[in-house]
Design a protein around this ligand. Structure first.
Ligand SMILES: C[S@@+](CC[C@H](N)C(=O)[O-])C[C@H]1O[C@@H](n2cnc3c(N)ncnc32)[C@H](O)[C@@H]1O
Length: 188
């Protein structure tokens, strides 16, 4: 997808798309550095957009692994389904429906570009809870955001949250890398 088409989608639906341009290669590298491709067998990507992370994940995934994506925007979905790879499944569905599609399967990594702050608070909590439940005990949740607005909520659910700042992105971004840890969900 051309950058202009991404920008157009932002103007059509800014709340859903959340950024004016796809993530930079610097942000992509930062996110992917958190993934151990040798060990991971299932990766879920939420809000892949025009696919900057997707392309790199597919390049690095092992032959027996799987990538399952959820993307609400139909223009992005139509581009993403052009990927012909038997390891990849894409749903034109909200990440909020993830649990229905995974039907109990637990996964190694959940990578998300969803603009959390643009969701209603109840949806933010619902999504974070589904992410927590969908992860294997040693699984990791990787999320980028342009602000620290969601920090408290993420930290209320995941025990171990580390934060990195990536200045070379438009806009500059924070990367959350979260693991489940031994203690259960703390927020109501
Ligand atoms: C900030 S863009 C990130 C796109 C891409 N991952 C990147 O880094 O360039 C957010 C993406 O999340 C998608 N999105 C927003 N809400 C969603 C939801 N509830 N479920 C699935 N995708 C969603 C948008 O359509 C958009 O593609």
């Amino acid at each position: 997808m051309k950058k202009a088409a991404f920008i157009l989608n932002f103007f059509k639906s800014w709340r859903e798309v959340g950024s004016i341009t796809p993530s930079s290669s610097f942000l992509t590298k930062r996110i992917l550095a958190e993934i151990d491709f040798k060990k991971s067998s299932t990766i879920v990507e939420l809000g892949p957009g025009s696919g900057p992370f997707t392309k790199e994940i597919i390049k690095r995934m092992s032959p027996n692994s799987k990538l399952i994506m959820f993307e609400t925007n139909t223009d992005f979905y139509k581009e993403l389904i052009k990927v012909r790879d038997p390891r990849v499944v894409i749903h034109n569905e909200s990440a909020l429906q993830m649990q229905n599609y995974l039907s109990g399967e637990r996964v190694d990594y959940i990578v998300s570009g969803i603009p959390l702050s643009n969701l209603e608070v109840s949806h933010q909590k619902g999504l974070l809870r589904s992410i927590y439940s969908a992860l294997l005990p040693k699984g990791r949740y990787l999320q980028f955001q342009y602000s620290l607005g969601a920090y408290k909520m993420i930290e209320g659910i995941f025990n171990d949250v580390s934060l990195r700042f990536v200045p070379l992105n438009i806009p500059p971004a924070f990367v959350y890398s979260c693991s489940k840890g031994p203690i259960a969900i703390k927020i109501n």
